[in-house]
Design a protein around this ligand. Structure first.
Ligand SMILES: [Zn+2]
Length: 159
């Protein structure tokens, strides 16, 4: 059975890539020109890698790498297709474990450190704060965790 470990999304799929990262999936997001298409194909040779594209020309490589071609325009439809095709379901405990900006795994940070950067209203809650080791962006589950769970549940409801 194929186990998806990493996604490589082309430049047409920025929104999908961001949502995959929010759900904790490893998703490289590469601007798309001829050279980068070659780079994406190279990265997609890694075991467990899946290339996500809207470019029909890349389908010429479907014997060498795992590719999902999206004709869908909207990220919700793209997400549905991806989960259906790979027969996977997102796991809520992985949500907000990855930086949506640079795809790095977040590290837990002490509350005192986080509160220097987080808005004052987050101080009254018992949040687990985390930080991106690359860009320094600070994350806390807050109210958007529930919003994201609802959004994903709604998007994937009819799978
Ligand atoms: Zn980051």
């Amino acid at each position: 059975m194929f186990l998806a470990k990493k996604f490589i999304a082309d430049a047409m799929l920025g929104k999908l890539a961001t949502w995959l990262r929010i759900m904790g999936y490893d998703c490289e997001f590469t601007p798309h020109d001829l050279r980068d298409a070659a780079l994406m194909l190279l990265e997609a040779r890694e075991p467990g890698a899946v290339l996500l594209t809207r470019d029909t020309r890349l389908m010429a490589h479907k014997a060498e790498v795992r590719i999902i071609l999206f004709r869908e325009q909207r990220w919700r439809d793209q997400l549905k297709k991806l989960f259906k095709e790979l027969n996977i379901k997102p796991d809520v405990k992985n949500f907000f474990t990855r930086c949506t900006l640079c795809n790095k795994t977040l590290i837990a940070i002490p509350r005192e450190e986080a509160l220097k950067a987080a808005p004052p209203q987050s101080a009254g809650h018992d949040y687990a704060f985390s930080k991106c080791p690359a860009c320094g962006h600070i994350y806390w589950p807050g109210t958007h965790l529930d919003a994201v769970k609802r959004e994903i549940a709604r998007t994937l409801a009819d799978l």
